[in-house]
Structure formats: C-alpha cells, structure tokens
Design a binder for this molecule. Structure first.
Ligand code: EZ4
Ligand code: CO
Length: 402
C-alpha cells in the first residue's frame, strides 16, 4: 500500500482550515487536519515543500515509522508548525489504516472504553445575568458540563465573549484586533459569576472556566482558592502554560482542579506537569500534538499519574480533528472531558462527517477510518483569507498574554 499522492487543501468556509489528503496506490484516501490558527500557511508550506515529497512511494501502513521519520529525521524538533504538520500525516495514515481494515479508528485503538464522550459547551454573556441565563440554555439542551465566560466591566473584547450564540471565534480577517486586559477588573468580577451560576442552577452539573493564560502564579493561586466553594470541574490555563513551575505555586494553595496544554505540542511540554501531578486535565490535541500516535503517548503518561484528558476543541480545530478526537476519547481509559463547539453549516458542508452530537455527548462515526472527508469542490469555493488572533494590551499600552 504505497502513497501515490499527498496534497494540501486550504479552505475558508467562515474561517481558515488546512487539510492534508493522502492517496494510496490501491485507491484509499486519508485526511488529516493541519490548521494552526493565525499561522495557517506556515504549516501548509511546511507540508507542501518539505513533507509531501517525502511521502510519495512510502508504505502507508507504517504509521509509527513515518512519525519517527518525520520527527527524528528532520533534526529540528517540536514546535507548533512542525508538530501540526506531522499530526496531519499521522491522522491521514490512521484514516487509511482504518479504511483498509474496514474498522473505525477507535477499534484500532483498542475498542470502546465508554459508550459516549462527555463534552462541555460554551456559555457567555455581556453581563453576569446574561451568562447565567446562557448556562441555563445549555443545561436545558442536555449538556452535562458548561464553560462560563462573562465580559469584564471596562475590558473591551474580553476573551470568550462573542455576538454569536454557542461558539466563540476569536480570529478575525485582516490584521490582529487589539483587545484590552485588566487583571484587577477580572479578579474583582469573576468570582461573582460562579456564585450567581451555582445560586441559580445548583451543583448538579460540571462548571468550567478558561482564564486563557492571563494571571501571574500568585494571582491564579488566589483565584483558585477563592472559587473553591463553587466546585469547578477545572480552571483552565490560569497562567501562561509554558511556565511549568508556576503550577507548583498554584498547587500549593488551592484544590481547584487545573487544566492546561492546548498550546502544547510535545510530550516534553507535558512531562513535568504530569509527573509532578501539577495538573488534573491535559488539553493537548490530535492536531497540535503530533497526531494520534503522539497524543496516545501523552495520555498514557498522564494515566500513570492520575491525570485525565480534556482536549481542546474550539472551532479552529477542523471536523477532521474532532473526528479523530472522538475516536481517541472513546478508546482511552483516562478520558476526562472533550471541549465541543459546533462548527458552522459552511464548515460542515466542506467536511462531511459521521460523528454526531446528542444530548451533551459526542458519538464516533462507525464508518471505517475516521468517518470524515473533505469535499474538494465545496472547499474550492471558499478561498483563504488572512486572519489573526487578537493581541491583548494593558491600560498602559503594553502587551499582555492574550
Ligand atoms: O483561544 O482555539 O479553550 N479554548 C480556547 C480557544 C483558543 C483558540 C485559539 O486558536 O482557549 O478559544
Ligand atoms: Co482555552
């Protein structure tokens, strides 16, 4: 089973997606997501110029060997661009292996550990009252878990707040939008949100919140401690994730569970946090952490230390990534939660898929392979549009973590 074609498809059905499609000599095709929000063409070029020529003629069944070849063989290791490119190849090869075996990918990973995959939805509002009401709408639709974000007074463009219901799409066409940040306003405001949510809706569902890397270690420790009574499922990215020892300080002060890792791309980024038990949920994804092959290693390490999965699942991760994520989530023993934001109709048209959402849970496709495809004709009608994530600044004009 030799690879005869590997091509990169860039499409923008409302937002940019990069997809790798691999074809074998026996006519099988596999797809892999290669989308890196705001830096899409770097991965497209890495694949087209440097990876696709290496794939032609290779045995498509050798997934592990191809991973090692692309990772160790490049000499230059890690980094979001490299690891997203490797992930796209890896996932496309798992798709092909599933199709050639006639099995959905979760069966190749050991079969079901669970019947369904718990997800969390995204409640938001421009006031605490609006966010509380939005949480109620998710609960009424059967969600077991809800992330709650609310606009902070005086902070224009607060992370997590959008005019569209159900989804939050921070990238915008053109040059980066400026957003403002005030740690003081945030810390004064956000505990009241959890108080109001628990007061209105009670404790019989999982509540999450994303700090989005904004706090210092001691500020995060203080927030975690202050909100312990509201029993969050997890507090996400309390501090910039790459500063690993910050989590030691947070851990010394609070029992609020901590999630991090959506920006990680290697098991090396996760090693200290997992082995020192500094986090509870690891948010690495299929697309940004080296594909199914590498993510499985991270999750196996996590299992040893009682850390569970909590995969990133924003709309900038394409339905190809989500399909793969649901297969992994279905198979692993230490699943925690899956982030889920519905894609737009245009995105679903470009990426027809068999995984489905029902009553707060995701179910994997039962088709051989991943159960997702790219409609190339539809994709071609949505040309690439340059877009960036916002950049945050403090009141004094200096740059802060967005
Ligand atoms: O900012 O996916 O938990 N979800 C998130 C997302 C990220 C975007 C970045 O591309 O933090 O909203
Ligand atoms: Co996040």
């Amino acid at each position: 089973m030799k690879i005869v074609d590997a091509k990169v498809i860039v499409t923008s059905p409302g937002r940019n997606f990069v997809t790798l499609k691999i074809t074998t000599d026996d006519g099988l095709t596999g797809v892999g997501d290669a989308t890196l929000n705001g830096r899409e063409l770097a991965v497209a070029s890495y694949l087209t110029e440097h990876v696709c020529p290496l794939l032609i003629g290779r045995d498509a069944s050798r997934i592990e060997d191809t991973w090692q070849f692309l990772y160790r063989g490049a000499y230059w290791r890690r980094g979001p661009v490299t690891m997203t490119a490797i992930a796209a190849v890896d996932v496309a090869l798992w798709d092909i292996k599933g199709k050639s075996a006639g099995l959905p990918v979760y069966q190749l990973l050991g079969g079901r550990s669970r019947d369904r995959v718990m997800v969390y939805g995204h409640a938001q509002g421009s006031t605490i009252e609006e966010t509380v009401a939005d949480v109620g709408r998710f609960l009424a639709r059967g969600y077991q878990a809800v992330r709650a974000q609310t606009a902070v007074p005086g902070v224009s463009g607060t992370y997590g707040i959008s005019s569209e219901p159900d989804r939050y799409e921070p990238a915008s066409a053109g040059l980066p939008e400026a957003s403002l940040w005030s740690t003081q306003s945030y810390l004064n405001h956000v505990p009241d949100l959890f108080d109001a949510i628990r007061d209105t809706h009670g404790y019989d569902f999982q509540l999450l919140h994303d700090v989005h890397h904004r706090l210092s270690p001691i500020e995060a420790a203080g927030l975690g401690k202050a909100i312990e009574p509201y029993r969050l499922f997890c507090l996400e990215d309390p501090t910039p994730a790459e500063d690993q020892t910050a989590f030691r300080l947070i851990r010394q002060h609070t029992t609020t569970p901590i999630a991090t890792g959506e920006v990680f791309n290697s098991i090396m980024d996760c090693q200290q946090l997992i082995t020192e038990r500094l986090i509870d949920y690891i948010r690495t994804t299929v697309v940004h952490a080296g594909g199914i092959t590498h993510l499985r290693r991270i999750l196996s390490l996590a299992e040893l230390y009682g850390v569970r999965s909590g995969a990133h699942g924003a709309t900038d991760l394409s339905p190809v990534c989500l399909a793969a994520a649901v297969h992994v989530d279905t198979a692993i023993p230490n699943f925690g939660i899956q982030e889920y934001m519905p894609h737009t109709d245009a995105t679903n048209e470009v990426f027809p898929h068999g995984h489905r959402f029902h009553d707060g849970y995701l179910y994997p496709s039962e088709e051989p392979g991943l159960g997702v495809d790219i409609d190339e004709e539809a994709a071609a009608t949505y040309p690439y549009q340059r877009a960036y994530l916002p950049v945050a600044r403090l009141h004094d004009g200096s740059v802060h973590d967005w």
